[in-house]
Ligand binder design. Structure first.
Ligand code: S3P
Length: 171
């Protein structure tokens, strides 16, 4: 099975949905942020604070390149689509699902989240608008998540996958 990569803004539910989907598909579930933290032996806020965003992005690309392209479900960091290299890698190598949540829903879910350095630093709606087109361009499928539970979204993607064998087999 081609690996499934979940992309989307912070707070769109990538981590929890990836775990549920991995269980349903009986494959491993991974998260690029956790891989970066393990390798750097620092948390994401520490990396941003001590090394800066550019260094974080370099580590993110290095991790992405070494992630599985088959038999896995991967949750990615919300900014993975900032790099055109990452966008091309995703588009060409794996099955990419964009978890779309409205700005209002994201704002409500995240509130003030100290573990998300970019959410607190930026003009939130500008960052959201800036990312939208990149998520759309990179995705093979788009799933709307507003008002849905993680279980419902995972089931929707699962159905998409089992009814869309050509994409999954990479034919
Ligand atoms: C980021 C999102 C975060 C994390 C880092 C940068 C972003 O991941 O990678 O804080 O640029 O949107 P989540 O989307 O899992 O919060």
């Amino acid at each position: 099975m081609k690996a499934v990569y979940l992309i989307g803004f912070m707070g769109s539910g990538k981590t929890s949905i990836s775990q549920l989907l991995a269980e349903k598909l009986m494959v491993q579930g991974l998260d690029t942020d956790r891989e970066i933290e393990q390798k750097a032996r620092q948390t994401i806020p520490e990396i941003f604070e001590q090394q800066g965003e550019a260094a974080f992005r370099e580590q993110e690309t290095a991790i992405l390149t070494n992630m599985p392209v088959s038999d896995a479900v991967i949750a990615t960091g919300g900014g993975i689509v900032e790099s055109s290299w990452n966008r091309n890698w995703l588009k060409e190598n794996v099955y990419v699902v964009y978890l779309h949540a409205s700005f209002e829903e994201i704002d409500r879910r995240l509130g003030v989240d100290p573990s998300r350095p970019l959410w607190n630093k930026h003009d939130k709606s500008a960052l959201y608008e800036h990312r939208l087109e990149k998520y759309r361009q990179t995705a093979h499928s788009i799933v709307k998540t507003d008002g849905k539970s993680p279980e419902q979204v995972a089931e929707e993607i699962y159905q998409l996958i089992i009814n869309n064998k050509t994409v999954m087999l990479g034919i």
